[in-house]
Design a protein around this ligand. Structure first.
Ligand code: PLP
Length: 372
């Protein structure tokens, strides 16, 4: 099988990730903060190593990293912790359902007022338009994705965070599509991301990073293994935002993935995956029936969306599947962007290669469509 769906979940994972997960199941089996044994101490060190590596990635102290079940949970917790009744919130047309849906729910529950910045005609986000909206509204929060999971367009997160700070607005960066590809320490107050995409960790894990000066109310209450005689959730991080037994094997697996990435070189991996994306674009773009849905020139992540004049994305998905190529079709959980892209009818076909593809693989994938 040819796997072209790394934007959803990277596959395969480095064998060291599987080793770390298996070692937990076979040899450890305990949580970091649920006992005083030597095993707990071993696990505690492993979890702390992963936390510290993520802290270094985001630019916050390790203690300000809370593990979550994924970016979705991290985004929900952050939005609920920050937004108060009647607050204004600025966001963008590029957002994933994991931002869109909690925002819609908070609009209904708390009267939060949304302003959505549109994509430009070229498929980017205009920093000047963001500045104008920030200064006009002075919203409580600006939440935005670092990269579109439909086109691969990378937003200028550092500039957007700087504009927000100048307007006195907090920023929440959804780094799910960039963590593991690009630097994500861009000055956001809060950062949410998944472990299972370009960070090469397992699914069912993500994290929320919060700047130390920001005091936020806990959104979930439960056991933390600390202050256990107290009825109230501890306010110290990371316990404030981590209630219940954590996904320890996934955290140890992510730690192994981060070490593997540091040793292998993130930039080389991204460059290889982008080269495959370009090769696919060149082959598919030569077919007059294909319309590529490209990001603007500039930074991007390895994603190629397209539509076809005669087949809708679902039909193309079936053709890819029959040829043994795993791709994604439809709206990619980004409900707002497709109007701007002219793909609101049935979305796009999305190819998101990893670095390990061969030239023959690129030919084989493109051959499913070209000339059909
Ligand atoms: C931009 C973006 N945000 C959030 C998510 C949700 O991530 P998770 O599956 O870890 O909850 C995704 C995953 O597809 C995504 O692409």
């Amino acid at each position: 099988m040819l796997y072209l769906d790394h934007a959803a979940t990277s596959f395969p994972k480095p064998s060291t990730v599987l080793d770390a997960i298996t070692a937990w199941y076979q040899e450890l089996g305990v949580s970091a903060d649920r006992g005083d044994s030597g095993r707990c101490a071993t696990v505690r060190r492993g979890v702390q190593t992963t936390r510290a590596a993520l802290g270094a990635l985001v630019g916050v102290p390790a203690a300000r990293i809370a593990f979550t079940s994924g970016a979705t949970e991290a985004l929900n917790l952050a939005l609920r912790a920050v937004l108060r009744p009647g607050d204004a919130v600025l966001t963008t047309e590029f957002e994933h359902s994991s931002v869109v849906r909690p925002l819609r729910a908070l609009a209904a529950e708390r009267g939060v007022r949304l302003q959505i910045l549109p994509a430009t005609a070229a498929g980017g986000l205009d920093v000047g338009a963001a500045r104008a909206a920030l200064l006009a509204q002075r919203p409580r929060l600006f939440v935005f994705t670092h990269a579109s999971n439909v086109t691969g367009a990378v937003l200028d997160a550092a500039a957007l965070c700087a504009e927000a700070r100048a307007a006195g607005t907090l920023t929440l960066l959804d780094a799910s599509q960039t963590a593991g590809h690009l630097p994500i320490a861009v000055g956001a107050d809060l950062v949410a991301a998944s472990a299972h995409k370009a960070l090469l960790g397992p699914p069912g894990l993500g994290f929320l990073a919060v700047r130390p000066e920001l005091d936020l109310p806990a959104q979930k209450q439960g056991g933390t293994g600390s202050s256990a005689a107290l009825d109230e959730q501890p306010t110290a991080w990371p316990q404030a935002f981590e209630a219940g037994t954590p996904n320890t094997p996934a955290i140890l697996g992510l730690g192994a993935a981060l070490r593997w990435l540091a040793a292998t070189g993130i930039q080389e991996r991204l460059a290889a995956a982008l080269a495959h994306t370009d090769a696919l674009a060149a082959r598919l773009g030569a077919d007059p029936d294909v319309r590529l849905v490209l990001p603007p020139a500039g930074a991007r992540v390895p994603i190629l969306s397209f539509v076809h004049r005669r087949y809708d994305p679902a039909e193309l998905g079936a053709m890819f599947d029959a040829a043994g190529v795993h791709v994604r079709t439809g709206f990619h959980c980004a409900p707002w962007l497709h109007r701007a892209l002219g793909t609101a009818g049935s979305g796009t076909v999305r190819l998101s290669p990893g670095p390990e593809l061969s030239a023959a693989d690129v030919q084989a994938a493109a051959a499913v469509v070209v000339g059909s």
